[in-house]
Write a protein that binds this ligand. Structure first.
Ligand code: PLP
Length: 458
C-alpha cells in the first residue's frame, strides 16, 4: 500500500497524542525528533530564537493549566508571556474546554449550507458586550484576517481608498494588515504593498487630522483611521489620556471611519472588557482575537455599526470574505464559553487588580536595578519592562526562563519584555515572578558590570 511507512509512523505519533505517560526513552526520542523536524521541515530559525533552546536542554511543551506550562520532563514554567495575550482566562480553562468538548461530541465543523446557530448566538453576545451601537459581526480565524476584513469593510462602506495608521503600530502580517502595520523590518521585504496608507506618530491626534486633510488636498479620500488603543507589539505604548476621544472627534469632523484594533487589548486584558471603554469611545469597526477563543480555539473577527453593512454587502454576503473555517461551531462554542467565563469571574476586574499589584512589584525592581531597567509601563495585565538595551533584556529573560518563568523577550528583540500573564494569577505567583526576576537581574548586573553585555543607551 502506498505510504504504508507514513501510516505506521503516524500510528506512533497518534499514540503520543492519546497517551501522555511517556517513558524516559520516548521523551528523549520526542525531544530529538522535534528538533530535527523543526530544523528540516519548518525553519531552523525557529530554534535559534527560542529561549527554550537557551538552557542546558531543549524544552518541548507538553501540557498547560492555570498560569503554568509544563515541558515533557515535567519542567514547570509560570507563563508571563501568555501567548501574546491569548491566555487571559488561564491555560486550559476547564469551563471553556467542557463546552468545546460538548460541541465536539455533536459536530466539529459546519455544513456551510444549513444555518449555524452558535455563530448567531455568539454574534449577539459580542454585540451585547461591545460599546455603543456596534452590532454586525464577521468571524475569522486569525488576527491579520480580521484586520483585512476591517480594511475592506471601510473601503466598501465609504467608497474611499486611503487609510491613516500609526508608526510602530502592529496589525498582522498578511498583505493588507502589514500595509497598515508601522514597522520597517516587517515591511521592507514586501514593498510595494497596499499603497494608500499614510503612517503618522501614535499618541498625537493632530497628526491624524493633518494626514486626512493633506490627503484630501491632493485628491485622495481617507476611508478609515486604524490604531491599537494601546500599542502592543511596539512595547505596550499607552497614549495620553483623551487621545482616543480626540481621534474620534477628528474622524467625525472629517467623515472618516475609526477602526480600533482590540485584538490584543480586548477581552479584559487592560482592565475593561475593551480598552476603548476606558475612555468611553466607540469606534465604527472593532477587531478582536487572541483571548477571544479562551486560549482553547482560534477565533477572531470584527464588529461594526449597522450602517456600514451597506446594500452591496447584504446583496452579496460573500463579498467581504467567505473564510471556510471562520466562525465554525467549535470556535464559536469556545468564544461563547469564554464570554460567559469572563462575566462570571469578572476577568476585566481581575486583570485590573492583579495588574496593579504586578506593576507595583515591577516598579520596585526598577528602583533596585536603575542601571538595567529604563521603564515599567502598561495597564491591567498588559505590562512591559524596558531595559537599557536588548542584551540586558535577553540575559534577564533567559535567566528568568532558567528559573521557570517564561516571558516574551527573544534573542531577536528583548529591549522591551512584555508581561501578559493569565488573570488567574495569585499573590503567590506574583511573588514567584518578581523574586526570580530579581535573581535574574542580579546575574545580568554582574555580567553587565564585567562588560559582558552591551552598553547601548548609557
Ligand atoms: C493588535 C494586533 N493586531 C493584529 C495582530 C495579528 O494577529 P495574528 O497574529 O493572529 O494574525 C496582532 C498580533 O499580535 C495584534 O497584536
Amino acid at each position: 500500500m502506498p505510504y504504508e511507512k507514513v501510516g505506521q509512523e503516524l500510528d506512533r505519533v497518534i499514540g503520543y497524542i492519546k497517551t501522555r505517560n511517556y517513558t524516559d526513552k520516548e521523551k528523549d526520542l520526542i525531544t530529538k525528533e522535534t528538533i530535527q523536524n523543526i530544523e528540516t521541515y519548518i525553519n531552523p530559525g525557529w530554534l535559534k530564537y527560542r529561549k527554550s533552546m537557551s538552557t542546558n536542554h531543549a524544552v518541548v511543551e507538553s501540557r498547560d493549566y492555570g498560569n503554568y506550562i509544563e515541558g515533557l520532563y515535567g519542567e514547570k514554567f509560570v507563563d508571563c508571556f501568555g501567548g501574546f495575550g491569548i491566555f487571559t482566562c488561564g491555560h486550559h480553562n476547564s469551563e471553556i474546554i467542557d463546552v468545546v468538548k460538548s460541541q465536539l461530541d455533536f459536530q466539529a465543523l459546519h455544513s456551510q449550507e444549513l444555518l449555524d446557530p452558535f455563530r448567531g448566538y455568539l454574534a449577539k453576545a459580542v454585540a451585547d458586550i461591545t460599546p455603543g451601537d456596534l452590532q454586525k459581526c464577521f468571524f475569522t480565524n486569525g488576527g491579520a484576517e480580521a484586520v483585512e476584513m476591517a480594511l475592506k469593510l471601510a473601503r466598501i462602506a465609504t467608497g474611499a481608498s486611503y487609510f491613516v495608521s500609526m508608526v510602530n503600530g502592529f496589525h498582522g502580517k498578511s498583505m493588507g494588515a502589514i500595509s497598515v502595520t508601522g514597522k520597517a523590518s516587517y515591511r521592507i521585504p514586501y514593498l510595494p504593498m497596499v499603497q494608500q496608507v499614510d503612517h503618522v506618530g501614535f499618541g498625537r491626534s493632530e497628526e491624524i487630522d493633518k494626514a486626512i486633510r493633506e490627503r484630501y488636498a491632493v485628491g485622495g479620500k481617507v476611508a478609515a483611521v486604524i490604531l491599537e488603543p494601546i500599542q502592543g507589539e511596539a512595547g505596550v505604548i499607552v497614549p495620553p489620556a483623551g487621545y482616543l476621544r480626540e481621534v474620534r472627534e477628528i474622524c467625525d469632523k472629517n467623515r472618516v471611519l475609526l477602526i480600533f484594533d482590540e485584538i490584543q487589548t480586548g477581552m479584559g486584558r487592560t482592565g475593561t472588557f475593551w480598552r476603548c471603554q476606558a475612555e468611553d469611545v466607540t469606534p465604527d469597526i472593532m477587531t478582536f482575537g487572541k483571548a477571544f477563543g479562551g486560549g482553547v480555539m482560534p477565533i477572531t473577527g470584527i464588529i461594526c455599526r449597522p450602517s456600514l453593512w451597506v446594500k452591496e454587502l447584504v446583496d452579496n454576503p460573500f463579498l467581504l470574505g467567505s473564510p471556510t473555517f471562520g466562525g465554525n461551531p467549535l470556535a464559536c462554542s469556545a468564544a461563547i464559553a469564554t464570554i460567559k467565563y469572563m462575566i462570571d469571574h469578572d476577568v476585566p476586574g481581575q486583570c485590573r487588580e492583579k495588574g496593579a499589584k504586578l506593576k507595583a512589584e515591577l516598579l520596585s525592581l526598577k528602583e533596585r536595578f536603575p542601571d538595567l531597567i529604563q521603564d515599567v509601563r502598561g495597564v491591567g495585565l498588559m505590562l512591559a519592562v524596558e531595559f537599557f538595551n536588548s542584551e540586558i533584556g535577553y540575559e534577564t529573560a533567559k535567566g528568568m526562563f532558567s528559573r521557570g518563568v517564561m516571558t516574551a523577550g527573544t534573542l531577536l528583540n528583548a529591549k522591551c519584555i512584555r508581561f501578559e500573564p493569565a488573570s488567574v494569577l495569585t499573590d503567590e505567583i506574583i511573588g514567584i515572578i518578581t523574586s526570580r526576576m530579581g535573581e535574574a537581574l542580579e546575574d545580568a548586573r554582574k555580567k553587565y558590570a564585567a562588560g559582558q553585555l552591551g552598553d547601548e543607551g548609557h
